[in-house]
Design a protein around this ligand. Structure first.
Ligand code: SF4
Ligand SMILES: [Fe+2]
Length: 338
């Protein structure tokens, strides 16, 4: 429950506010763009504009119930039961945003995909009875795709409840060592007829994306939409590329071999366009990535993110990752002091 006494000073006055527990996951600005926005070069978001239209109010309330830290509050009363009942939200044919982002995945979104060969979940939301019983009504889960180590949250509990198979790459296996399907190497793997997993190392060594029906591309933390440059497709900034910016750029280039019409990032906004236009957006993104002036920035912003990730890794039992991130942080701090 957000605390008005801890409301961040950058919030505009009015009903909605963000408090100091915000972890800067950006989910609120994805769901209610314009209302929530990042404070430049800092680690949290605030209310930049109070909702004015019905749609803005609906989206801001959705952002409130999905905030992984409960950092968003209102000073007025709203019908929250009605808001909760809006979830899961169908975002494309047979694809649902589950809502209720988990703090254990740094606020990543998670999705449900209906399939005759068994339903899928992408990443994992908070484990709660509302989501479990909705999935049960859809016929349960056969597979849980984990794009990378940061976003596994309570995938294990979902897998055990539904007898589902978790899919993760061996590069990020430390986050889910008992996963049922472990991908190796760089070959794309067809899991069932409609689902192709493509290894895309960069953000982490074991990062993968999921292509569904040559239509929906679930891009994990590799690609997002409209955060830095107003380009339709963007890579997240180098400050939050944990492993290799150049390898990530290669991975993005690899996606030119595939057709997709809906890009669905775990952090960021969904993007729809023709397969042909998606390719030209990817090419634009690759040009930006190649031209990035500082691929391993030593900035206070990166130091903050790395510190956060060390804590995150510890909380999710990933000691080795934490050690690697500690080395990254030491490197950044040393360069900042030079
Ligand atoms: S969803 Fe919550 S934690 Fe994430 S950026 Fe918004 S206010 Fe912060
Ligand atoms: Fe990540």
């Amino acid at each position: 429950m957000a605390d008005p006494n801890k409301a961040l000073p950058e919030n505009v006055e009015g009903d909605f506010f963000v408090d100091s527990t915000c972890i800067g996951c950006h989910n609120c600005s994805d769901l209610a763009p314009g209302v929530f926005a990042e404070v430049a070069n800092d680690f949290y978001l605030v209310v930049k504009k109070q909702p004015e239209t019905e749609k803005e109010l609906r989206n801001a309330l959705r952002a409130l119930v999905c905030c992984p830290k409960g950092s968003i509050g209102t000073r007025n009363k709203h019908d929250m039961k009605a808001v909760l009942e809006q979830f899961p939200v169908e975002i494309s044919e047979g694809v649902y945003y589950l809502g209720f982002n988990s703090d254990r995945s740094a606020g990543a979104k998670s999705f449900f995909i209906a399939s005759e060969q068994g339903n899928w979940m992408v990443e994992a939301p908070k484990l709660q009875s509302r989501t479990i019983s909705w999935i049960e009504k859809q016929g349960g889960l056969a597979y849980i795709f984990l794009s990378h180590r940061d976003d596994v949250a309570q995938a294990r509990e979902f897998a055990h409840h539904f007898n589902a198979k978790r899919i993760i790459h061996e590069g990020d296996l430390e986050a889910q060592p008992d996963a049922e399907i472990v991908l190796k190497g760089s070959e794309a793997v067809t899991i069932t007829e409609e689902f192709l997993v493509i290894p895309t190392p960069g953000h982490t060594i074991g990062h993968c994306v999921l292509l569904h029906k040559d239509k929906h591309l679930f891009t994990g933390d590799m690609l997002t939409s409209r955060e830095r440059f107003d380009d339709p497709i963007e890579a997240w900034k180098p400050e939050i590329c944990w492993w290799s910016w150049d390898r990530q750029t290669e991975s993005i280039r690899r996606l030119l071999n595939y057709d997709f019409e809906v890009m669905i990032p775990s952090h960021g906004r969904l993007l729809r366009d023709s397969a042909e236009n998606m390719k030209s957006h990817l090419e634009q993104c690759i040009r930006r990535c190649d031209a990035e002036p500082d691929k391993n920035p030593a900035t206070p912003y990166r130091a903050k993110y790395l510190t956060f990730m060390i804590e995150h890794a510890k909380r999710t039992g990933q000691a080795e990752y934490s050690d690697e991130t500690k080395r990254n942080l030491e490197d950044v701090l040393r360069k900042m002091n030079d």
